[in-house]
Write a protein of this length. Structure first.
Lengths: 359, 185
């Protein structure tokens, strides 16, 4: 792209208006370019999945990204080192604006390529951009301490803003007490210990379910569901039929889950085994000691339930886990594949049993 | 002339609007964007970074930024605040337990000076789920009425599954932004 020429070789321009014109022409070009790229991608993209089209290259992205990043850093250093007072006020302001634009530009580059890039590349690029913005902000405040400079990432700025914030908070808190909203609970099993809990789901009308605050229980949810929420489970075994939508699991420890679902998000899980069939990539956050294996649940009629939920085929994604806290290319230490020798056998559950306790 | 006013001028010419979609993870942001854009929604992974879609809507071009809502990446949201014309806050109306989180994150967002001029559309998503809270209930829990009086906002119930409510919501958003930015034509 030749658009960067403008950014990395700033020419001396003496008045702000001509800079403005240049900027505006440049933004226009960039916008157009951005637009046409997006259209290109729209054509080449098949779905939101992580299948990378073979003609896209991570390496060429990385080369381009790092050279742009270098250019921005060089510019930042140059601005920092200008000593002449006179030029400071005029030149630097416009230079910083240019740098800011280059950073947004870099951001667009990541955005446009993020669909084929490996996850850790996306995240580390985002981090780099975030760092660059902070650096720019720093240079900005060093060089132009008094000047109000309306733009990019004010992130960790001024105290004045914070004062306003405090006022807002007070207002909101008062109102909280006034309205004191009570909301109903969604259907679910809650607050139980040492029991077997069974529920059958017929049609999807009622298929959203919560498991919360359970200790040493066995839970069986049979039939098709839309979504489940799991919160605070300890030492439980959980067997669930196919789920059309998503599973959200938070704060579980020493548990075993067998789940088939379109999406699975796992937060704050410890020492827990997951037997999954999942259409997209399972994700973990703030978890450790979690292990993954394929789904092994069987009950009468599960095949047709799986088919109806588009979960009949195993995509193999049960093992393609993304750890959102892990930024590096090497395997996250927080999860592993459950070794075959340690896996459970196929689990058969009967449709006729009922809970050991009425719930 | 500052950078922002230049950008505004160009936008005005191209009738372009920048829309930022945020909300907790699992609320349905990506599904909504793909649904609006007529794309396949059968396999969607939790969003690790962000997606951008450029959508022609009426006579406007919407640049929609869909940013992941997992806790780890919420700190990146602020990278996308600049130049935002419309903010779409997506709520999973069936995730009752996390409404507190949802409220807290929204309040944080609304404190942002850089978003102070943005119109706010709250989408109470997943209305197709039986136990889902109605938009009025969500508004109450999120205490939307206590919002700064200068903010233009609206809450709309919707379902990314059935498509219900999406057009209503975006119609309002686009009209509201247009009436602020393009008053002169
Ligand atoms: N029942 C129902 N499920 C929905 C609806 N919208 C989205 N979902 C489901 O909710 C889950 C989450 O959807 P996503 O679009 O990935 O959510 P997101 O907000 O982009 O999540 P992050 O990328 O993690 O921030 C998926 O399983 C969707 O199928 C809806 O209107 N109704
Ligand atoms: Mg998403």
């Amino acid at each position: 792209m030749d658009d960067e020429e403008d950014l990395s070789n700033p020419k001396k321009i003496s008045n702000e208006d001509s800079i403005s014109q240049k900027h505006s022409a440049m933004i226009e070009r960039l916008t157009n370019l951005h637009q046409s790229r997006l259209q290109q991608q729209e054509i080449s993209r098949k779905s939101d999945s992580n299948l990378s089209p073979s003609f896209e290259s991570t390496k060429s992205f990385l080369d381009r990204f790092s050279s742009l990043k270098q250019a921005i850093e060089t510019e930042l250093d140059r601005c920092r080192n200008i000593s002449d007072r006179e030029s400071k006020s005029i030149l630097i302001k416009s230079d910083l604006e240019k740098i800011s634009l280059s950073i947004s530009n870099l951001e667009k580059l990541v955005a446009e390529n993020s669909y084929f890039l490996p996850n850790y590349e996306v995240r580390s690029s985002l981090k780099t951009i975030s760092d660059l913005k902070e650096k720019l902000e720093l240079v900005n405040s060093e060089l132009l301490p008094k000047k109000k400079f309306a733009f990019k990432s004010k992130s960790s700025k001024t105290k004045e803003q914070n004062n306003v914030v405090v006022v807002n908070e007070n207002v909101i808190k008062e109102n909280d007490v006034d309205s004191n909203v009570k909301v109903r609970d969604s259907p679910g099993f809650r607050d139980k210990e040492g029991v077997v809990l069974i529920k059958h789901f017929g049609d999807l009308e009622e298929g959203e379910f919560t498991l919360e605050n359970l200790n040493s229980c066995e839970i069986r949810l049979i039939g098709r569901l839309r979504a489940i929420f799991v919160h605070k489970l300890k030492n439980c075994r959980v067997f669930v039929g196919p789920i059309m939508g998503s599973v959200l699991i938070e704060q579980v420890e020493d548990c075993l889950f067998m789940l088939a679902s379109h999406q699975i998000r796992i937060h704050h899980a410890k020492k827990t085994d997951f037997y999954l069939r999942v259409r997209s990539r399972p994700i973990i956050e703030d978890s450790n000691g979690v292990r993954f294996a394929p789904y092994l649940l069987v009950y009468d009629g599960i095949e047709s339930d799986l088919k109806e939920c588009s979960l009949y085929e195993d995509t193999g994604n049960w093992g393609n886990v993304d750890d959102f806290r892990w930024l590096r290319a090497v395997q996250s230490p927080n999860w592993s594949i459950l070794p075959e020798g340690e896996r459970s056998g196929t689990v058969y559950i009967s449709k006729s049993e009922t809970s050991s306790e009425n719930s | 002339m500052g950078l922002l006013s230049i950008i505004r001028k160009i936008k005005k010419k191209e009738k372009e609007m920048r829309i930022l979609m945020v909300g907790l993870d699992n609320s349905g942001k990506t599904t909504i964007v793909l649904r609006i854009n007529g794309e396949d929604t059968s396999v969607i992974s939790p969003t690790l970074g962000f997606n951008i879609r450029t959508i022609n809507y009426q006579k406007y071009t919407l640049n929609i930024w869909d940013v992941g809502g997992q806790k780890t990446i919420r700190s990146y949201w602020r990278n996308y605040f600049e130049e935002t014309d419309g903010l779409v806050w997506v709520v999973d109306s069936s995730d009752i337990r996390r409404l507190d989180d949802c409220k807290m994150e929204l309040n944080n967002l609304l404190k942002e000076e850089r978003l102070s001029g943005a119109s706010l559309l709250v989408l109470a998503n997943k209305q197709d789920i039986q136990g889902a809270l109605k938009p009025a209930e969500i508004a109450k829990v999120l205490n939307l009425d206590a919002m700064d009086k200068t903010r233009h906002w609206k809450i709309v119930g919707c379902s990314a599954y059935t498509g219900e409510g999406l057009v209503d919501g975006f119609d309002w958003l686009v009209q509201d932004i247009a009436s602020r930015i393009y008053v002169l034509d």
